[in-house]
Design a protein around this ligand. Sequence first.
Ligand SMILES: *Cc1c(COP(=O)(O)O)cnc(C)c1O
Length: 438
Amino acid sequence: MSKIDYPFDRQHLWHPYSSMRHPASVFGITAASGATLTRDNGQTLIDGTSSWWACIHGYQHPSIVNAMQQQLQQLTHVMFGGITHEAAIELGRQLLTLLPPSLTKVFLADSGSIAVEVALKMALQYWQGRKAPQKQKILTIRHGYHGDTFAAMSVCDPDEGMHTMFGDNVTPQLFAPAPTSRFGDPVSTTDIDGLQQLLEQHHHHTAALILEPIMQGAGAMWFYSAGYLKAARELCDRYQVLLIADEIATGFGRTGALFACDHAGISPDIMCVGKALTGGYISLAATICSDEVAAGISDSPAGAFMHGPTFMANPLACSAASASLALIANNEWRLQVSAIEQQLKHELANAAQLPAVKEVRVLGAVGVLELHNAVNTSVLQNEFVKRGVWVRPFSRFIYIMPPYIITAAELSKLTHAMLEVAALLPKMVMSSTPTSHG
Ligand SMILES: *Cc1c(COP(=O)(O)O)cnc(C)c1O
């Protein structure tokens, strides 16, 4: 058993959304394999989070590990300015075979938030190239989450996000009401009108609509009508506003379709992918745009797209992503995700009877218990660990997004723990923690 220096960690290492004065408890993990994490004390935990929704094929998958090992022998990193390499080319090829055919130009970025920044910059530069430089506002829908950097924060939900915290440093944007029409239902005219009114009023100075297609993740854990997404595409065309689909959480099968946009049969002008892109093995994201967007950017005064991170197209990350996409391309995920969906629907249904639970929602490999009140993440965390599972509730949500390779028995262990812990809730004294996917 490896020894973890907890006092050093508490003294010196920031964890996500944490305080250095009152650091939340952390669990030392020494190994992981399949859907199982191993603690420093030897206890094993079934993972219900896929490490923040990324590790879709499970931990230590031999084909991803082998691909990375081979890449390590060959070329770990080299700058992408003035240089190219086979790892990036291979990844680009594989991405294009999976993506909607209208998306053709790939920008490789370090993380999801950066992919969102890149998408927003692309939209602004595009309109400069199309002689409409006044189109600078970004429109989005409430309850969204797009990342923690400044421009990404500006399009997160204005109430639940960090807008007030950072005041004038967060650019004011336009917010349409969140869609209320559920996934599987037709879209209501109220939902469409809310979006249309803003476009009607503001399209002259609006560059893009950015949204999370079908699943609003960290901001809401909510699945909305494909009809809404379809209407959003039509409205963007009518009002000459680019559509940016943030598929960072939904891409690569999570909601039961390869991309959530597929539920509505639409293609965005710009798409962001991240999280599961490398199978969750190493940080990498991508922003992909259409020929038309790329052409507009070339016509802009700068004549070039003005972004270029130091570790752009890191070969090691590209090799992990290619291996993960090869697993996606063999289509096993379709059966895995639909089996998870059936099991979640069946096993979580009874949670609706619990007094603390407001609603149970399942789509693809996502199972959500929405509660009446916000939870204390650390307290619930301990309850889950006691039960041998890794589930990290936040805000009003106890949810799981397990690796696709999870077995039925492992998944049952997760759903049973969710029901047991949700059943404890009314008895516990809860204090709310800041809203975030922390
Ligand atoms: C997680 C997430 C991001 C941010 O990605 P990071 O890699 O954490 O920067 C952006 N958009 C969505 C929809 C996400 O779920």
